[in-house]
Ligand binder design. Sequence first.
Ligand code: GLN
Length: 200
Amino acid sequence: MNEKSLKNKSPKIGVLAVQGAFAEHRQILEKIGAETFEIRQLRDLEQHFDGLVLPGGESTVQGKLLHDLGLFEPLKNLIEKGLPTFGTCAGLILLANKLSNDSHTYFGALPATIERNAYGRQLGSFYVEENFEGIGKIPMTFIRAPLIQKVGEGVQVLATANDQIVAVRYKNQLAISFHPELNEDLRVHKYFLETLPHFY
Ligand code: GLN
Protein backbone atom coordinates (compact mmCIF):
# COMPACT_ATOMS: atom_id res chain seq x y z
CA MET A 1 0.00 0.00 0.00
CA ASN A 2 1.40 3.42 -0.83
CA GLU A 3 1.04 6.63 1.22
CA LYS A 4 -1.98 7.77 -0.70
CA SER A 5 -4.00 4.64 -0.13
CA LEU A 6 -2.95 4.61 3.52
CA LYS A 7 -4.41 8.09 3.84
CA ASN A 8 -7.65 6.96 2.24
CA LYS A 9 -8.02 4.14 4.65
CA SER A 10 -6.71 5.88 7.76
CA PRO A 11 -6.45 2.86 10.04
CA LYS A 12 -7.24 3.41 13.68
CA ILE A 13 -4.50 2.30 16.04
CA GLY A 14 -4.79 1.95 19.80
CA VAL A 15 -1.53 2.67 21.60
CA LEU A 16 -1.18 1.18 25.06
CA ALA A 17 -0.52 4.23 27.25
CA VAL A 18 -0.18 2.97 30.80
CA GLN A 19 3.60 3.57 30.87
CA GLY A 20 6.55 4.06 28.54
CA ALA A 21 7.14 5.54 25.09
CA PHE A 22 3.56 5.71 23.84
CA ALA A 23 3.57 9.40 22.78
CA GLU A 24 6.43 8.86 20.31
CA HIS A 25 4.58 5.98 18.64
CA ARG A 26 1.45 8.07 18.29
CA GLN A 27 3.39 10.90 16.66
CA ILE A 28 4.94 8.61 14.06
CA LEU A 29 1.70 6.78 13.32
CA GLU A 30 -0.16 10.07 12.83
CA LYS A 31 2.62 11.35 10.57
CA ILE A 32 2.06 8.39 8.25
CA GLY A 33 -1.68 8.79 8.11
CA ALA A 34 -3.10 6.66 10.93
CA GLU A 35 -5.63 7.79 13.46
CA THR A 36 -4.47 6.95 16.98
CA PHE A 37 -5.85 6.90 20.49
CA GLU A 38 -4.45 6.00 23.90
CA ILE A 39 -5.51 2.88 25.74
CA ARG A 40 -5.53 3.76 29.43
CA GLN A 41 -8.68 2.18 30.75
CA LEU A 42 -11.26 -0.42 29.89
CA ARG A 43 -13.70 1.96 28.22
CA ASP A 44 -11.02 2.91 25.67
CA LEU A 45 -11.53 -0.57 24.22
CA GLU A 46 -15.20 -0.03 23.47
CA GLN A 47 -14.44 1.35 19.99
CA HIS A 48 -13.40 -0.68 16.95
CA PHE A 49 -9.75 -0.35 16.01
CA ASP A 50 -7.47 -1.88 13.42
CA GLY A 51 -4.22 -2.34 15.27
CA LEU A 52 -2.52 -2.22 18.65
CA VAL A 53 0.88 -0.85 19.65
CA LEU A 54 2.63 -2.06 22.81
CA PRO A 55 5.40 0.47 23.44
CA GLY A 56 8.74 0.14 25.19
CA GLY A 57 9.07 0.97 28.83
CA GLU A 58 9.16 -1.34 31.81
CA SER A 59 7.36 -4.62 31.21
CA THR A 60 6.91 -5.40 34.93
CA VAL A 61 5.19 -2.04 35.51
CA GLN A 62 3.10 -2.35 32.36
CA GLY A 63 2.10 -5.93 33.20
CA LYS A 64 1.00 -4.95 36.69
CA LEU A 65 -0.97 -1.94 35.45
CA LEU A 66 -2.65 -4.02 32.73
CA HIS A 67 -3.96 -6.36 35.43
CA ASP A 68 -4.86 -3.57 37.88
CA LEU A 69 -6.79 -1.67 35.21
CA GLY A 70 -8.65 -4.74 33.97
CA LEU A 71 -7.08 -4.35 30.53
CA PHE A 72 -5.13 -7.57 30.50
CA GLU A 73 -7.78 -10.16 29.55
CA PRO A 74 -9.58 -8.02 26.95
CA LEU A 75 -6.31 -7.14 25.20
CA LYS A 76 -5.12 -10.76 25.35
CA ASN A 77 -8.38 -11.83 23.70
CA LEU A 78 -8.04 -9.23 20.96
CA ILE A 79 -4.46 -10.28 20.22
CA GLU A 80 -5.46 -13.96 20.14
CA LYS A 81 -8.36 -13.15 17.82
CA GLY A 82 -5.93 -11.63 15.31
CA LEU A 83 -5.77 -7.91 16.04
CA PRO A 84 -2.57 -6.70 14.34
CA THR A 85 -0.18 -5.96 17.18
CA PHE A 86 3.18 -4.23 17.16
CA GLY A 87 5.30 -4.72 20.26
CA THR A 88 8.57 -2.91 20.79
CA CYS A 89 11.04 -3.74 23.53
CA ALA A 90 8.89 -4.08 26.69
CA GLY A 91 6.02 -4.74 24.27
CA LEU A 92 7.95 -7.71 22.88
CA ILE A 93 8.35 -9.01 26.44
CA LEU A 94 4.59 -8.70 27.01
CA LEU A 95 3.90 -10.73 23.85
CA ALA A 96 6.38 -13.58 24.43
CA ASN A 97 5.35 -16.96 25.78
CA LYS A 98 8.58 -17.53 27.71
CA LEU A 99 10.97 -15.30 29.64
CA SER A 100 14.22 -17.07 30.45
CA ASN A 101 15.18 -14.88 33.40
CA ASP A 102 11.80 -13.97 34.82
CA SER A 103 9.06 -16.18 36.21
CA HIS A 104 6.32 -13.99 34.70
CA THR A 105 4.75 -14.22 31.30
CA TYR A 106 2.10 -11.86 30.01
CA PHE A 107 0.07 -12.25 26.81
CA GLY A 108 2.04 -15.34 25.81
CA ALA A 109 0.92 -15.01 22.20
CA LEU A 110 4.35 -15.09 20.55
CA PRO A 111 6.26 -18.38 20.52
CA ALA A 112 9.62 -16.97 21.56
CA THR A 113 12.01 -17.15 24.48
CA ILE A 114 13.17 -13.75 25.64
CA GLU A 115 15.89 -12.72 28.06
CA ARG A 116 15.05 -9.41 29.72
CA ASN A 117 17.72 -6.72 30.09
CA ALA A 118 20.08 -9.00 28.23
CA TYR A 119 22.50 -6.30 27.19
CA GLY A 120 23.36 -5.35 30.77
CA ARG A 121 23.45 -2.04 32.58
CA GLN A 122 26.74 -0.71 31.25
CA LEU A 123 26.12 -1.58 27.63
CA GLY A 124 22.41 -1.00 28.03
CA SER A 125 22.04 1.39 25.12
CA PHE A 126 23.49 1.19 21.66
CA TYR A 127 22.76 2.08 18.07
CA VAL A 128 23.27 0.10 14.89
CA GLU A 129 22.03 0.19 11.32
CA GLU A 130 21.00 -3.16 9.97
CA ASN A 131 18.85 -4.71 7.32
CA PHE A 132 15.14 -5.25 7.97
CA GLU A 133 13.40 -7.74 5.69
CA GLY A 134 11.34 -5.96 3.07
CA ILE A 135 12.50 -2.48 4.12
CA GLY A 136 16.29 -2.23 3.83
CA LYS A 137 18.83 -0.75 6.21
CA ILE A 138 17.22 0.98 9.16
CA PRO A 139 18.42 2.70 12.34
CA MET A 140 18.01 0.59 15.48
CA THR A 141 18.27 2.07 18.95
CA PHE A 142 18.47 -0.44 21.80
CA ILE A 143 17.75 0.55 25.42
CA ARG A 144 18.22 -2.16 28.04
CA ALA A 145 16.76 -4.35 25.37
CA PRO A 146 15.35 -7.83 25.60
CA LEU A 147 17.17 -10.54 23.68
CA ILE A 148 15.21 -12.89 21.45
CA GLN A 149 17.00 -16.12 22.35
CA LYS A 150 14.84 -18.63 20.52
CA VAL A 151 11.80 -18.54 18.29
CA GLY A 152 9.19 -21.22 17.79
CA GLU A 153 7.69 -22.71 14.66
CA GLY A 154 6.10 -20.30 12.25
CA VAL A 155 7.98 -17.28 13.55
CA GLN A 156 9.62 -15.34 10.74
CA VAL A 157 12.87 -13.53 11.50
CA LEU A 158 12.83 -10.04 9.96
CA ALA A 159 16.08 -8.60 11.25
CA THR A 160 19.27 -9.47 13.08
CA ALA A 161 21.95 -7.27 14.65
CA ASN A 162 25.25 -8.48 16.12
CA ASP A 163 24.18 -12.01 15.20
CA GLN A 164 21.08 -11.79 17.37
CA ILE A 165 17.46 -11.82 16.25
CA VAL A 166 15.97 -8.35 16.79
CA ALA A 167 12.72 -8.39 14.81
CA VAL A 168 10.14 -11.11 14.21
CA ARG A 169 6.74 -11.58 12.72
CA TYR A 170 4.25 -14.21 13.81
CA LYS A 171 0.74 -14.23 12.38
CA ASN A 172 -0.77 -10.90 13.44
CA GLN A 173 2.20 -9.90 15.59
CA LEU A 174 5.24 -7.79 14.77
CA ALA A 175 7.73 -7.73 17.63
CA ILE A 176 11.10 -6.03 17.81
CA SER A 177 13.67 -5.51 20.53
CA PHE A 178 14.72 -1.98 19.53
CA HIS A 179 12.97 1.41 19.52
CA PRO A 180 11.96 2.56 16.02
CA GLU A 181 9.98 5.46 17.53
CA LEU A 182 13.21 7.16 18.67
CA ASN A 183 14.57 7.77 15.17
CA GLU A 184 13.27 9.88 12.32
CA ASP A 185 12.83 6.80 10.18
CA LEU A 186 9.15 5.99 9.64
CA ARG A 187 9.52 2.78 7.69
CA VAL A 188 8.97 0.18 10.42
CA HIS A 189 5.69 1.81 11.43
CA LYS A 190 4.71 2.01 7.75
CA TYR A 191 5.53 -1.67 7.41
CA PHE A 192 3.21 -2.39 10.34
CA LEU A 193 0.36 -0.37 8.84
CA GLU A 194 0.84 -1.85 5.39
CA THR A 195 0.36 -5.36 6.72
CA LEU A 196 -2.83 -4.53 8.61
CA PRO A 197 -5.42 -5.38 5.96
CA HIS A 198 -4.04 -8.88 5.61
CA PHE A 199 -4.85 -9.69 9.15
CA TYR A 200 -7.87 -7.81 10.37
N1 GLN B 1 14.19 -3.36 30.32
C1 GLN B 1 12.80 -3.24 29.99
C2 GLN B 1 11.99 -4.41 30.53
O1 GLN B 1 12.52 -5.38 30.94
C3 GLN B 1 12.59 -3.10 28.51
C4 GLN B 1 13.37 -1.95 28.00
C5 GLN B 1 12.64 -1.07 27.03
O2 GLN B 1 11.44 -1.21 26.78
N2 GLN B 1 13.37 -0.12 26.54
O3 GLN B 1 10.81 -4.35 30.54
